[in-house]
Design a protein around this ligand. Structure first.
Ligand code: CTP
Ligand code: ZN
Length: 157
């Protein structure tokens, strides 16, 4: 049994986001649009010891199976993340997050002149670059501190 398992108990059904970059758990929740208002049970481990990463964060969301398209955005802040789908206490699926070509509705554009900040119903969309993201509307590039530009999260969740 690992240290992590001692800290955050196993779940019966749902999703375990494991090997998250240490310290990013709250950003991960914000990116997924999980703020507790949905009523789902959510457990967090922050800066827990990991053999592979030294330290890592872990997020467990009960009663909900995150799809690839929901989880891929996490690759921007937690490239080593694994998504574990748990059913009846067993891990039935384990995936790595893949870097998507674009992300939509998760980040806001830092350019105040951008149309996405003009109160129009335009969904901010960013092309994913090797070292950052680029606004599809105005071309503004964000390289550092992507989490400073998190929006209110996806509207669908
Ligand atoms: N987990 C859980 N509830 C379960 C089963 C697993 O919370 N019912 C968690 C484990 O604590 C672990 C993650 O899901 O954090 C992945 O589980 P598992 O594949 O069993 O662990 P490892 O083999 O250590 O995973 P990896 O090889 O990806 O490090
Ligand atoms: Zn823009």
């Amino acid at each position: 049994m690992t240290e992590t398992e001692l800290r955050v108990s196993k779940i019966q059904n749902g999703t375990v986001l494991d090997h998250l970059t240490a310290g990013e758990a709250l950003h991960v929740l914000a990116m997924l649009g999980i703020d507790g208002s949905g009523g789902e049970t959510v457990s967090l481990g922050m800066n827990v010891p990991s053999d592979r990463l030294g330290r890592k964060d872990v997020v467990k969301v009960e009663g909900r199976e995150l799809s690839d398209s929901e989880a891929e955005v996490l690759s921007l802040i937690a490239p080593e993340a694994t998504v574990n789908i748990v059913r009846d206490y067993d891990v039935v699926e384990k995936r790595r997050v893949e870097r998507p070509e674009e992300v939509s509705g998760v980040l806001t554009c830092p350019n105040s002149e951008c149309i996405t900040n003009a109160g129009e119903p335009a969904d901010p969309t960013f092309a994913v670059l090797d070292d950052g993201v680029r606004c599809e509307y105005c071309g503004e590039i964000v390289r550092d501190d992507i989490t400073a530009h998190l929006g209110d999260g996806p509207q669908s969740v």
